[in-house]
Design a protein around this ligand. Structure first.
Ligand code: SF4
Length: 312
């Protein structure tokens, strides 16, 4: 039995939610038609070099449909796939879902939360797309609903953020996360492993910065090269600058990261694959999340590690 109250060697977000709410929480993706300051000209126009939101969005998400219609479609899809799912939250995933005036955010968020089958909301956004007013409003929603704000950090290194044309720096991430967590909002972060110019030890060293953030959850992704993105061209020119992990090598890396990760941070995801039609880099041939979790657990056991064993 570990500190998070079960026999898993890492603090699983799915398990923590199940224990808290008595059921797995199933996310229903919604595309509310937001853009992002790194695409609309506010901080840039080309976007992050790896970005193609189409590669990450479920087929039932179309911004021309109302939020309610998207939720209904998503619920029908998810209920067929996971018949035992009982708790659903709207997942505002595409682009930057706090990037609009507060009144517009209120319209969108309240339509999602008014759906009778929706118990909460996960809001994905960039660290430079929040302010006190927006976060105060989100905190007010969090009094009666499960609300999580999830920030794409991608890297803790400014040199990397510059190279991938992220349009914000790590200081912005620290500030946004602090402002969110201090309002009592569940706060998540997202990191990508393998970004250009980062050595394996630099990737691993980020854990110490992550440990200092007041986050509650984290998601990891291995870098993938998505067709048609600026990164595809950069990769073709300088493949040696990138680290595209083999599956086994990634499991090894990620277990090292987990061993140093603060024990109270719940891990929501270890990796994810874009559909093969979009992926021009290394493929793991459809390794599903449950298989990946099993591989990580097994490797932790083989190495006699668990989350936070080397946390200082
Ligand atoms: S990854 Fe997110 S922040 Fe970057 S361009 Fe795409 S939508 Fe914008």
């Amino acid at each position: 039995m570990y500190r998070w109250g079960n026999s898993r060697r890492f603090h699983s977000y799915t398990d923590a939610m199940r224990e808290r709410y008595g059921s797995r929480i199933q996310k229903i993706s919604v595309n509310a038609g937001f853009s992002c300051p790194n695409r609309d000209g506010t901080v840039g126009v080309g976007g992050c070099t790896f970005c193609d939101n189409a590669a990450f969005s479920p087929s039932y998400c179309h911004p021309e449909m109302s939020i309610t219609d998207q939720i209904n479609k998503g619920l029908a899809f998810v209920r067929r796939r996971y018949p035992r799912a009982a708790l659903f939250v709207a997942y505002l995933q595409s682009f930057s879902n706090t990037w609009a005036p507060l009144d517009k955010l209120k319209d969108i968020y309240s339509e999602a939360l008014a759906h009778p089958d929706i118990s909460g909301m996960v809001i994905g956004t960039r660290p430079d797309c929040v302010d006190s007013e927006k976060l105060d409003y989100i905190a007010s929603l969090a009094k009666d609903h499960y609300i999580k704000v999830e920030y794409g950090l991608e890297s803790c290194y400014d040199a990397t953020l510059k190279r991938i044309n992220r349009g914000h720096d790590y200081k912005d991430s620290v500030k946004a996360i602090g402002m969110t967590a201090e309002r009592g909002i569940t706060t998540g972060a997202h990191l990508v492993f393998g970004l250009p110019g980062e050595s394996r030890s630099q990737m691993l060293d980020q854990v110490h910065k992550i440990n200092r953030l007041p986050i509650h959850t984290i998601k990891f992704h291995q870098l993938q090269i998505v067709k048609g993105t600026p990164m595809e061209r950069e990769y073709a020119e300088n493949p040696g600058d990138f680290k595209l992990f083999d599956l086994d090598e990634y499991v090894d890396f990620v277990t090292g990261f987990i061993a140093r990760l603060r024990p109270d941070i719940a891990i929501e995801r270890f990796a994810g694959e874009v559909p093969p039609a979009f992926n021009v880099g290394k493929r793991w041939e459809g390794v599903r999340s449950d298989r990946l979790i099993a591989l990580v657990e097994k490797r932790l056991e083989q190495k006699q590690l668990h989350q936070g064993i080397f946390y200082l």
